[in-house]
Design a protein around this ligand. Structure first.
Ligand code: FAD
Length: 236
């Protein structure tokens, strides 16, 4: 694992508590990684003598090596997310990476199902962008669970990608929608129950909290055997 220094080149508030941060690499000036991997920041934690380490998945595709995109939500009082939210355009930072065994595999001719909750979308975005480029025809489905309309982001980006790539299906479900939501409601487990007919020709990638990962894995296993790759962000 290398240590990188980088400059914040773009900050975008995607929702009331989710932010995208683009980092341009300074030294070394490029980063080679597998779609799905993460980088780690060492940040100070109040009351602790040593910094703590917090990993963040790379949301940009691996073909783009001079800058990476992170997407994260603010956890009140959380040292990692508060540190990253304190960065401004032009700020310098450093991180270690890339690391992680959650990356896009070569699973023969299997269709791909990606399931995310919240900012678990980050590594899946990198994987899906890489996948669409490496094999433009293989069926790819993304189920993304968010809470309510105020938590929605990147909907236009996914719609635009799906319009270009007829093999890509993106479904966002809201667990606690406000009145007026026309799309699917409930948890991503409901989408898996209702829309995944067979897993015989499927490889599955899951990213988010432990509850979703456990529940979706159980639903998939109940349908049969297939590769299931998982990245747990936190315990619920
Ligand atoms: C491999 C890996 C990659 C990760 N990539 C990302 C990423 O791309 N984007 C991202 O937002 N987070 C990501 N995380 C989570 C991230 O590393 C931190 O745990 C998170 O930002 C909270 O850290 P903190 O220091 O701010 O708060 P902490 O004080 O460490 O966390 C306090 C509590 O907040 C809860 N929590 C942690 N993460 C979240 C979350 N994302 N949403 C809601 N509650 C949470 C947990 O219950 C945790 O115990 C990743 C985690 C792992 C293991």
């Amino acid at each position: 694992m290398n240590t990188f220094t980088a400059e914040v080149t773009c900050i975008q508030d995607l929702t009331h508590d989710v932010r995208a941060i683009e980092l341009r690499l300074l030294e070394p000036d490029s980063l080679s990684f597998k779609a799905g991997q993460f980088v780690s920041f060492e940040v100070p934690k109040e009351g602790q003598p040593r910094p703590v380490t917090r990993p963040y998945s790379i949301a940009s595709p691996p073909g783009q090596r001079d800058r990476i995109l992170l997407v994260l939500n603010l956890v009140q009082g959380g040292p990692g997310s508060e540190y990253l939210f304190s960065l401004r355009e032009g700020s310098r930072t450093s991180f270690k990476g890339p690391a992680g065994a959650f990356y896009l595999r070569d699973d023969g001719a299997r269709d791909l199902l990606f399931v995310a909750t919240g900012t678990g979308i980050a590594p899946l975005r990198s994987m899906i962008l890489a996948q669409l480029q490496r094999e433009p025809n293989r069926p790819v489905t993304l189920f993304w669970g968010l809470r309510s309309q105020q938590d929605l982001y990147w909907q236009d980006e996914w719609a635009a990608l799906a319009a270009i790539h007829s093999n890509l299906t993106v479904v966002t479900t809201l667990s606690r929608p406000e009145p007026g939501w026309q799309g699917p409601t409930g948890r991503v487990t409901t989408l898996v129950d209702e829309r995944v007919r067979s897993v015989a020709n499927l490889a599955v990638y899951l990213c988010g909290g432990s509850g979703m990962i456990k529940d979706v894995t159980a639903r998939i296993n109940a349908k049969g055997l297939c590769p299931v790759y998982r990245e747990k962000y936190y315990d619920e």
